[in-house]
Design a protein around this ligand. Structure first.
Ligand SMILES: C[S@@+](CC[C@H](N)C(=O)[O-])C[C@H]1O[C@@H](n2cnc3c(N)ncnc32)[C@H](O)[C@@H]1O
Length: 653
């Protein structure tokens, strides 16, 4: 019976922050999302050297080796791809479930005590989901499609011991409950993978002490020497029950470190962990406020998180900030007394508005209209009349806090949309220097949004240390964005106008002599473990160095963007802690005509050449600091893309 037994994992020894807790674990099953079936290898997930021009219903491999390592693939998958009902948009969950059943010995395929091969299926809970008939319908329909595909494959010869419909449903629920996303090194989600109990028995916390990384392709051999440093714990049942109800725990975790194809997962500590302490990871985006996390965890896994962060009363500073909106001019007493009603309504509308603008950009790809919509809502908020459809005397306005999670989502999209606009412009008219300067404007603003995002996350990371992976990623993105800007051809527009720009041919000229970031960064690049994991020390070195540069370069980056002008500094948000946020001014964002001529020579500002040099230096610092944080949470192997290495000119390091 489901619910009798809860598994978790705890540390078998003391661990420092930034240590591997498991060796690279191979998946039990994995599958590409449908969108990548024609472009990526179904075994190692690498891009295919020569993708087929026409759709095909077979699975594709990059090499004979990958093709021969695909014995675990269920041939029913091909039938599923041919015959899937059109309502099933993506079959990766179903194919992973078919592969899982295929890969297990017959004895472990059946559903016992709500588990298959020791992994929780959650079937009873997921199917009992009240109020989400659509979700339940999708599980039933998916299991039916799996059954039909197996039948097409086996005909009358169907295996007598084959899984019944309940087991197929359970296998699908197991995938929904246990699978993790597999991303490539640009952050695209290529598919999913399900791992064995050593990973899948790790519970969730919104303030976790561990994180995981997935290696594509297999990690270097040195990683494989790491040991498994966690042990299973069973709650609400005696060990004997587990042994008889599922199978022996030691059996289940023993053979996971074996030669096998597919993306490997490694769990890593992001806090100091004591022997016996439960090890937890995040199942959801930690940069969301409590209500959003809880709703996501409930709809996907059917549990209510009771971690330290969720149980804090009053809510933690980070959660408060991520959900704060301001309601300016709530003068009338009826409006004041209904404040909660109006704010809840406003937040729903603001969420829909931001989500729609982002979804439209991702599907239709109109970056200009997306920038306008997002900057309008960030600057102006929602007027009461937009909420209620009627006017009142004093129009209240509901605005997102600049560190509200929707604002952070908007900054991510704005950084991307401005970058795309700049690239489109350069591609269209590389010869026209007017367009080059306009492209520079767009690229500056893209870099400014990246920087704002990194600074905002950094501020929150100071109060919630488990945000380390987000901080690392955003600092790396900001660094890449600034270095791409500094190295961009758009600066040639100035040279044509006779204005000098910096000579960036030698990185060493721009390396800071005041901080040890470069030393730490070199250690990461040269595959040595960073020596010093004293984040506070490194962090304050970084801030000391960049505070100066920020003052010199921020105005240049944001020139012409009215929304960004309200931020005096993208890194120092300390004013938020001391001042009740009351909304930023009503500004109308627009892009000025190419900003740089008017910027050049403005009193108190730096010259174009200096701005260019500072942008480069700033980018180097952001990348070094982000790289340092990433080395703690991902280890020294994985986080730097080839692109980052090349823009940093690593041979000089
Ligand atoms: C990947 S499994 C984790 C291992 C699981 N506890 C087990 O017994 O196999 C995910 C499931 O564990 C449970 N779970 C994970 N984290 C939890 C938490 N913080 N509180 C309550 N249940 C949790 C939920 O049932 C969830 O669907």
């Amino acid at each position: 019976m489901e619910g009798e037994m809860e598994m978790s994992m705890s540390a078998s020894e003391d661990m420092e922050m930034g240590e591997d807790i498991t060796p690279p674990l191979p998946p039990l099953a994995y599958s590409l999302h449908d969108a990548f079936l024609l472009s990526h290898c179904s075994s190692c997930f690498s891009p295919l050297p020569s993708p087929p021009l026409l759709p095909t219903n077979s699975l594709l491999y990059c090499s004979p080796r990958c093709s021969s390592s695909s014995l675990h693939v269920s041939t029913a998958e091909l039938h599923l791809l041919q015959s899937r009902p059109s309502a099933i948009a993506d079959t990766s969950d179903l194919r992973a479930a078919l592969r899982l059943l295929q890969s297990l010995p017959a004895a472990s395929r059946s559903l016992r005590a709500g588990r298959i091969a020791g992994l929780l299926t959650n079937r009873d809970k997921l199917l009992a989901t009240t109020g989400d008939e659509e979700f339940v319908g999708r599980i039933r329909e998916g299991a039916a499609a799996m059954a039909a595909a197996r039948k097409m494959r086996d005909g009358d010869e169907a295996e007598a011991w084959g899984p019944d419909d309940v087991a197929l449903e359970a296998a699908l629920c197991l995938v929904l409950t246990n699978a993790v996303e597999v991303q490539d090194n640009t952050g695209r989600t290529l598919g999913i993978a399900v791992y064995g109990p050593s990973f899948c028995w790790i519970n969730h916390s919104c303030s976790p002490n561990a994180c995981y990384r997935i290696s594509l392709p297999s990690p270097p051999a040195c990683c494989a020497q790491a040991r498994l440093r966690i042990v299973p714990c069973a709650r609400h049942c005696r060990e004997a029950q587990i042994e008889s109800g599922v199978c022996s725990i030691s059996e289940l975790t023993k053979d996971e470190v074996c030669e096998n194809s597919g993306p490997r997962i490694v769990v890593r500590s992001i806090k100091r962990i004591k022997k016996g302490e439960e090890v937890t990871v995040a199942y959801t985006d930690l940069l969301q406020p409590k209500a959003v996390r809880q709703s996501e965890l409930w709809s996907k896994y059917q549990f209510i998180c009771c971690c330290r962060r969720c149980n804090a009363s009053p809510v933690t500073y980070v959660d408060h900030t991520l959900q704060e909106i301001s309601a300016a001019t709530l003068h009338s007493s009826s409006l004041r007394s209904n404040h909660k009603f109006y704010s809840d309504n406003a937040i729903r509308r603001l969420t829909d508005y931001v989500d729609d603008a982002i979804t439209e950009y991702l599907s239709v790809g109109d970056p200009e209209s997306c920038c306008k919509k997002l900057e309008d809502i960030l600057s102006q908020g929602l007027l009461y009349k937009q909420l209620e459809g009627r006017e009142v005397k004093s129009q209240p306005t509901f605005k997102l806090h600049p560190l509200h999670y929707l604002s952070l989502n908007a900054y991510t999209t704005l950084a991307s949309a401005y970058r795309v606009r700049a690239s489109d412009l350069v591609a269209l008219s590389s010869e026209m220097d007017g367009h080059l300067l306009e492209a520079l404007d767009l690229r500056r603003i893209s870099a400014a949004y990246s920087l704002l995002l990194a600074g905002a996350t950094h501020h929150l990371f100071h109060s919630e240390s488990s945000l380390i992976a987000s901080a690392a990623n955003f600092w790396i993105s900001a660094g890449e964005s600034l270095l791409t800007l500094a190295r961009s051809s758009v600066w040639s527009g100035f040279v044509k106008r006779g204005l000098p720009v910096a000579n960036l041919s030698s990185l060493s000229k721009y390396i800071c002599s005041k901080c040890s970031l470069m030393e730490n960064f070199k250690a990461i690049l040269h595959h040595r473990q960073p020596q010093n994991t004293d984040i506070e020390g490194i962090s304050s070195e970084f801030l000391d160095c960049v505070t100066n540069i920020t003052q010199k370069v921020w105005n240049f980056l944001i020139h012409g963007c009215q929304y960004l002008r309200v931020f005096k500094d993208p890194i120092d948000f300390s004013w938020l802690e001391t001042m009740k946020y009351s909304g930023i001014g009503n500004v109308q964002p627009h892009l000025s005509s190419p900003a740089v001529d008017s910027y050049h020579g403005t009193e108190g500002s730096v010259s174009i050449c200096e701005a260019h040099m500072y942008i480069f230096q700033f980018g180097v610092h952001c990348l070094q600091y982000g790289g340092y944080l990433a080395s703690i949470c991902y280890g020294r192997h994985s986080h730097l893309t080839d692109h980052t290495r090349s823009i940093l000119d690593c041979e000089e390091c």
